[in-house]
Structures are given as C-alpha cells and as structure tokens.
Design a binder for this molecule. Structure first.
Ligand SMILES: Cc1ncc(COP(=O)(O)O)c(C=O)c1O
Length: 315
C-alpha cells in the first residue's frame, strides 16, 4: 500500500524579526505531501494499514474528537485501500454534520458517538473488549494512530526532508500524543536538534514523560539531541493573540498553519528567537504536520477572536 511521498518543500520566510536576530526560519511543508493524508498522518497510519492487509475484511477501529485529523485521514485511507473503518467519536451525534465527519462518512467510515466518560476509557483493554462484543471483531488503532509501531514509522519522515540539500539545525515539531516527535527524535540525524512543542497545557516534565512512554513501548533506548518545551494553552484553545497571528501570517506571508498544532509551534519559536535562544546564523525549521482540514472547525473562532487582540505581534 503506498502513495508516493514527494520530497518535502522547504519555504524560507523573510521575517524582519528573524533577520534582526540573524536566524534563518523555514517551514518544511510535510502538509503538501497529499491532499487528504497530509503531514504526519501517512507515516503514522503505515503500520495499521499494513496489519489490515493481513486480515482482509476486518475493520480498523480508532478514536478521535469531532474534528480529528487522524479520523479524517484514516477514513480516506480506508476507502482508498478497501478497508472498512469505524471511528469512535468523543461527543454528541450532532457533530456528524460537521465537515470532518461528513467527509469521513462519505468515505465509508462508520461513526460511533460516545460520552466524554466513555471516551476516557479508550486505552482500557476491558472497554476495547466490550466494544468488540458490541461491534464485532476489529483491529484497534489508538487515538491519533499513535501505536508503538507508528513511533518507528514516524522516523521515516526524515527520508522526505531535505536534510542534506537544504540543511537546518533545528526541527520544531508539535506534540499531541507525542508519537511523531518520539519517532523523529529516535531517528534524528546528528546534525539536527529536535524541539518538541506540546499542543496542550502540560509541563515540560509531563511532555518528556509522554516521549519516554513512547520510546519504552517501541523498545527504543532514550535518545539524545532534543529539547521539550511546556505547553501553555489547553488543547485546541485559541487566544486572541494566536488568532491575530494566524491572520497576519496568512495575509502578509501567504503561510497557512493549522491553529491547533503548527500555529502554536510558530508562536513558541518566535518567542524563543526573541529570547535569543538561537545563536545567530542558526537555521530553524518548523515541520508543518498538516491538519489543514481541521481549519474548518476553527474558522469562526479565528474571525471572532483576531480583532479582540490589540498589541504588537512578534513578527
Ligand atoms: C496536524 C497535526 N500535527 C501534529 C500532531 C501531533 O502528533 P502526535 O499525536 O503524534 O504528537 C497531530 C496529531 O496527530 C496532528 O493532527
């Protein structure tokens, strides 16, 4: 099962702030690899799709929120490769009409809506067996596709990056479950330091623990060459400053980031540049992990919040 992953384009931005501090800033467009399975999704789904091929007719079941990028990509992959898919969705059935879940249903995914309390049991083996009794046999794929095998598969992202032809010193990556970052760090070329930026409100110690758990599950030794930052906003929360930054980037620089993951990474990196955390001459690259389909769930909030910000933006 394959789609061709082209070499990831690197877009260098001419930002006055970066120029002032002598830092080269680029975006690695992993989001451009495929219209539906963009960013980290193709890599994270590889092991699940390979296993499904060994069990024809058995559906893949996975978990996600109403705007989940993972659910969206899984539904599309299922349709493309003839694999039935079931999405267990946190929340009310009314969200079935949102664009993400409409796409998923159009691609043949069966949706099962569960309460927040039930969703909280998504890693509990007893709950997975109950679901199996209710829905029939399935291949379980954890939320976000973040299995131990997916961690190793995310190491393959490096092969698509122009590490040799357009070298960079830092690769900044968003973390939800941390599987993508854990895989990237484990397979990191010695010349690149990985910066991990959580998309949820957690301390650096908690984020580090998430990475450690992934390495342990994947049977990998604790690697080196990375830095974990704390996450300062709850998951998917938008502030007026972030919303205004999103608009400024889109309108002035033609750069579209997803507000849940990569926008936060961008914001954090600008703060680090202002704090002189990068030596002059450094090349910092932000990995655009995709998720642009989720923008359809934030559009109204972006419009509403952006004008509420008054103050200088760090660009
Ligand atoms: C667009 C995007 N970027 C980054 C991430 C973070 O990935 P992970 O859960 O592997 O940390 C996700 C979640 O899968 C995502 O959808």
């Amino acid at each position: 099962m394959s789609i061709v992953i082209p070499q990831v384009p690197l877009q260098t931005l001419d930002l006055p702030l970066c120029n002032t501090f002598g830092v080269q800033f680029s975006i690695l467009h992993l989001d451009h690899t495929h219209p539906q399975i963009s960013g980290n999704k193709w890599f994270k789904l590889q092991p699940a799709l390979a296993e499904a091929r060994c069990h024809p007719g058995r559906p893949i079941l996975s978990f996600g929120g109403a705007f989940s990028n993972h659910i969206h990509a899984l539904a599309y992959a299922g349709q493309q490769f003839g694999i039935a898919t079931i999405g267990v969705i946190r929340g009310e059935a009314t969200s079935a009409s949102n664009p993400t879940l409409q796409d998923a249903q159009r691609w043949g995914m069966r949706l099962v809506f569960v309460s927040r309390q039930e969703y909280a049991r998504r890693y509990d083996p007893a709950y997975i067996s109950q679901l199996q009794q209710r829905l029939g046999d399935f291949q379980w794929v954890p939320e976000g596709g973040s299995s131990a095998a997916a961690v190793s598969a995310c190491g393959d992202i490096w092969a698509a990056l122009p590490v040799r032809t357009q070298p960079f010193d830092y690769l900044a990556c968003a973390a939800g479950t941390g599987a993508t970052a854990a895989g990237l760090i484990a397979a990191r070329p010695a010349s690149v330091k990985v910066l991990v930026m959580p998309a949820l409100k957690i301390s650096a110690v908690e984020a580090e623990a998430m990475l450690q758990a992934h390495w342990a599950a994947a049977g990998l030794a604790k690697p080196e060459g990375y830095q974990v930052l704390p996450g300062d906003l709850p998951y998917a929360r938008l502030s007026p400053q972030l919303a205004a930054l999103w608009w400024q980037l889109s309108a002035c620089y033609g750069v579209d980031l997803d507000p849940v993951y990569t926008l936060r990474v961008f914001h954090q990196l600008m703060r680090m540049i202002l704090q002189r955390q990068f030596a002059p001459g450094s090349h910092v690259a932000l990995l655009h992990t995709g998720g642009m389909q989720g923008l359809r769930g934030c559009d109204t909030r972006l419009r509403r919040l952006a004008p509420a910000f008054y103050g200088p933006l760090p660009l």
